[in-house]
Design a protein around this ligand. Sequence first.
Ligand code: DON
Length: 304
Amino acid sequence: MLDYQAILEEIYSSLKKTEDTGEVASYIPELAKIPKDKLGIHLQLITGEDYAVGDALEKFSIQSISKVFSLSKAFQLVGNKLLTRVDVEPSGNPFNHLSLLELENGIPRNPLINSGAIVVADVLLSNLKNPKEDFLNFVRELAHDDSISYNEKVAESERETGFNNYAAANLLKSFGNLENDVDDVLDFYFHQCSIMMNCKQLTNAFFVYANRGKCLKDVLHLTPSQVKRINAIMLTCGFYDEAGEFAFEVGLPGKSGVGGGIVALLPHCFTIATWAPALNPQGNSFLGMQALEQFTTKTKLSIF
Ligand code: DON
């Protein structure tokens, strides 16, 4: 039996000694205020045990990690019809890249880049009665935690500087791939990205993707087929133009956010979340990537 606590502690102390050359995201001014030296890891095994080190219980802005939850909700609501409006191919480009969207007539490459997530947000806006409330409740249900909330300051901060996302949404609208008003869709999108969660809450919420669609309390939220597809999209698209590198170094489906969080999972075995706010040039947590590489190397647990 592996000593998971000892492994997490080894990783933590090795990363504390590593020079962190990453930079905290500053294009969302509210995120630039977060201290760079935070580091937390939480591991949740499918058998119930869990392990933690560092700042695993401190909440941070989940940002693009929320795209996995919105994709899941959209699959629940409209099923594979979603795929007529957003593709499932890796983009090989940064998360906020625009020119491919124009070349491909307003059909985003995948639901995890910004333009794809904006289309998914539009689907949720059209299909949920009280979109922001219902979506937050879905995330709370997955994590079994009613303390999870939006951060209005972060949402507002992103709205004020969100020119790139306005450009993407306007391009989508011009191609007829948004049903709702650009401002309404982006208001929902900025709120979903502003959700605050800690590493433990993220490993709990991601349990469904490691457990064929059933959450920690054994309730079925997604079908095994939907879970297979969401994991495949995370593996191939979860880290943008670094998806290949993450599969190569870590070997797990996962998703990052510019708040510095990463969540990854091994189906039928575990979910793991890391938080280290400074990002590499691709917008993924510099130390989080290394933590996960060390974890799968030390435990020899990956999908490959
Ligand atoms: O739309 C944005 O730019 C942010 N709300 C989310 C981007 C993000 O987290 C990319 N992830 N690594």
